[in-house]
Write a protein that binds this ligand. Structure first.
Ligand code: BV8
Length: 246
């Protein structure tokens, strides 16, 4: 099995998707029995869906919050922690996952591009997102206490980036800054467990290649953007990442 070509001048940007958490028992989105098979995306992962039926959205995210809380990181998460410890500032992990497993495994240089299941924010006021592990009872839509104190009803919402919503500019900025800094070194992009279906995450491989970097992929199935990668290791990330990273 090849090893990731890492030396003293290598900078590694990792992108993970739902596949890296699959072996921890967390369902993916677009596989058979995936989340989008049983939940209409536009109804549970869009601002329009939340406006239309906040109870349904809170049921979807409360179930996922409860499920993720019962799961633990797998050897794929652990291997990425090892790589981060080896590279330090020359490592950045951009994840599309909202399950929090990378941080629970010990990753620190993490950009949670699509938010976090265990954070909640107000859908109206500008209060900062706050840690929230509550699994709200069926039919519940939590309200913002700060808005309530001002006589306004405002539903709380999951701190998740839904379809049609912009990603946090600071998150995008951190990733762009890393690619810009890494371009004068040996820049390596490693995508793991993602179908390459959702932008802007799926466009990162092109961004790194345009910066002169190389791109490796670990995935169970060939993703939509497979052609952009220089190397493709097909199989479970929980098995392949420890072998690649060592
Ligand atoms: C934005 C909510 C500006 C969080 C998610 C037309 C063209 C291009 C773009 C667009 C377009 N129309 C609209 C857009 C933009 C849209 C988009 O990309 N749509 C796609 C569907 C075409 N993007 C957006 O809206 C983003 N915002 O662009 O703002 C804008 C606005 C409007 C219009 C234009 C521009 C916001 C994107 C974030 C959306 N939120 N989810 C949540 O509930 O989790 S995205 C959702 O998909 C998840 O976050 C998930 O992470 C993400 C990607 O999915 P994957 O992680 O890749 O998971 P998936 O199941 O798909 O694949 C799993 C893979 O793992 C598989 O390949 C499988 O083989 C593999 N696997 C399985 N097991 C294993 C494994 N691999 C290894 N080991 C295993 N054991």
């Amino acid at each position: 099995m090849d090893r990731l070509p890492v030396d003293d001048d290598t900078w590694v940007l990792v992108l993970t998707g739902a596949g890296v958490s699959a072996e921890s028992g967390i369902p993916t989105f677009r596989d058979a029995q995936g989340l989008w098979e049983t939940h209409p995306v536009e109804k549970v992962a869009s601002p329009e869906g939340f406006r239309e039926d906040p109870m349904l959205v809170w049921r979807f995210y409360s179930q996922r919050r409860a499920g993720a809380a019962r799961c633990v990181p797998n050897p794929g998460h652990d291997a990425l922690v090892t790589l981060e410890k080896r590279l330090g500032q020359r490592f950045l992990l951009a994840t599309q996952n909202v399950d929090g497993l990378h941080r629970r495994a010990g990753s620190e240089r993490v950009v949670e591009m699509h938010g976090n299941l265990f954070k909640t924010r107000c859908s109206l006021c500008a209060r900062a997102p706050f840690d929230d592990a509550d699994v709200y009872a069926e039919g519940t839509v939590p309200a913002c206490g700060e808005c309530q104190a001002r006589g306004q009803f405002a539903p709380l919402r999951p701190h998740i980036v839904w379809f049609g919503e912009l990603l946090d500019p600071d998150d995008i900025g951190s990733i762009n800054d890393f690619i810009r800094a890494g371009r004068s070194h040996k820049l390596l992009f490693l995508a793991v467990g993602t179908s390459g279906a959702v932008y802007p995450a799926a466009g990162l491989v092109n961004q790194v290649k345009a910066a002169g970097g190389s791109a490796w992929l670990v995935n169970r199935d060939p993703p939509e953007n497979a052609a952009h990668f220089d190397r493709f290791f097909q199989g479970p990330s929980g098995v392949l990442l420890p072998q690649l990273i060592g």
